[in-house]
Design a protein around this ligand. Structure first.
Ligand code: AMP
Length: 397
């Protein structure tokens, strides 16, 4: 069966058509600037050149129509008709406490995703637009929602509660949810497959280091702690997000700079992280490493602080699981940035982590970084959230 995987943002839509039997990607693409001037679709059929088409489109409905047109196009398409799409799997950011697994979408699920929008005001409404646009353009094709938060729902209460008045949890469900769950799930199970073991017998720390970054402790196949919280702002230092900080800083800076809490929130999400810390050099680790190598002291500080924070979390998750068998790096930085992996692992020598410098030079593939003597296995496992969404969609439909 062919499964169309959709990741819908407020003005963009990413898609992949995956053959669930071979697990091959038949085509993938991106629709950008939906409802904005200059909207375009970039469609890449497997093994062929990408095709870019600039075309005005008012809304996501038109975007989905264009995706279908691209998929069945006689020249660039990969299927003959819509009937060759057996199901659609949607990435949905927030499933709250309600969704502990992926689900088949019906009216009540749509209502629940809508109700959870207050917890993810930028994402859930956009995800819903994609769901509705697909329902309209592909009537009768079953759709599934795969939640970013679901994998983390196994966390114990002591890991997800904040030290706040309990009534905020009762009234507003303020607690840690965690994100990137599809990636943490995929990578931890892939670790088991690569090692020829059941992940139920392993203690794994997954470091998802992308533009957004999070880390999780996966013990016996279940998430027991993760670094992102009520929102994706908590935890590691990220490209432009601050991660953990003293909450009193907010009030302090707002007063000094005359900022509203909304403006401060924008600073924390868009102007902080390694971008802010490096004095504006870049949020991209390729630029940061280049600047650090050229002697830029702030870029060096940003990289060191970043690695230190990741290592600090690994230390605390080792405690949470009372040990660790495997540390897995994934996502753009985890898969590619050898200097970051080296920097993080440098802090872990005390626990017997040793990595092979030559293995660490490789990037973008499955690699075992640790030496034969290392007490903990260290691996690079490229994430594949789309494949995971396709698998979960197939499983529930
Ligand atoms: P992601 O959000 O997983 O797509 O990761 C994107 C980030 O990965 C970029 O912002 C870069 O910081 C980082 N990245 C991508 N390629 C490389 C590379 N070759 N070397 C270092 N960092 C990279």
């Amino acid at each position: 069966m062919n499964i169309l995987v959709i990741n819908c943002g407020s003005s963009s839509l990413k898609y992949q058509l995956i053959d669930s039997e071979s697990e091959n990607v038949l085509a993938k693409g991106l629709v950008e600037r939906i409802g904005i001037e200059g909207s375009c679709i970039t469609h890449t059929p497997a093994g062929r050149d990408k095709v870019v088409k600039t075309q005005p489109m008012q809304d996501h409905n038109e975007a989905v129509k264009l995706v279908i047109e691209a998929l069945i196009d006689p020249e660039h398409g990969v299927i003959k008709s819509l009937s060759e799409i057996g199901a659609v799997g949607h990435r949905v950011v927030h499933g709250g406490e309600k969704f502990k697994t992926a689900v088949k979408i019906d009216d009540s699920v749509i209502k629940d995703i809508e109700d959870l929008s207050s917890l993810a005001p930028l994402h859930n409404p956009a995800n819903l637009i994609g769901i509705r646009a697909c329902a309209e353009n592909m009537p009768g094709v079953p759709q599934a929602a795969v939640f970013d938060t679901a994998f983390h729902q196994t966390m114990p209460k002591k890991a997800y509660m904040y030290g706040l008045p309990y009534e905020y949890y009762e009234k507003y469900k303020v607690r840690r949810y965690g994100f990137h769950g599809t990636s943490h799930d995929y990578v931890s199970s892939r670790v088991g497959e690569i090692l020829g073991k059941d992940r139920k017998d392993l203690k794994i720390i997954v470091c998802h280091l992308g533009n957004g970054a999070s880390i999780s402790a996966v013990k016996n196949g279940e998430c027991v702690d993760t670094s992102m919280g009520l929102t994706p702002l908590e935890g590691l230092i990220m490209g432009t997000r601050s991660g953990d900080l003293d909450p009193a800083i907010l009030d302090f800076i707002c007063e000094k700079e005359g900022l509203s809490s909304h403006e401060m929130n924008t600073v924390l999400n868009k102007k902080s992280g390694v971008l802010g810390l490096s004095g504006g050099v870049s949020s991209d680790f390729r630029d940061l490493s280049a600047a650090a190598n050229d002697g830029n002291e702030l870029a060096k500080t940003a990289l060191e602080t970043y690695c230190y924070r990741v290592a600090k979390y690994i230390g605390s998750y080792t405690m949470a699981m009372q040990g660790v068998d495997v540390i897995a790096f994934t996502a753009g930085i985890g898969e590619n940035a050898a200097d970051v992996r080296e920097g993080v692992c440098g802090y872990l020598k005390y626990m017997g982590v040793e990595i092979d410098a030559d293995a660490n030079k490789k990037r973008g593939e499955e690699i075992t970084l640790s030496t034969a003597d290392s007490k903990v296995k260290v691996m690079v496992v490229p994430t594949n959230e789309e494949l995971s969404i396709a698998r979960q969609t197939l499983a529930i439909l």
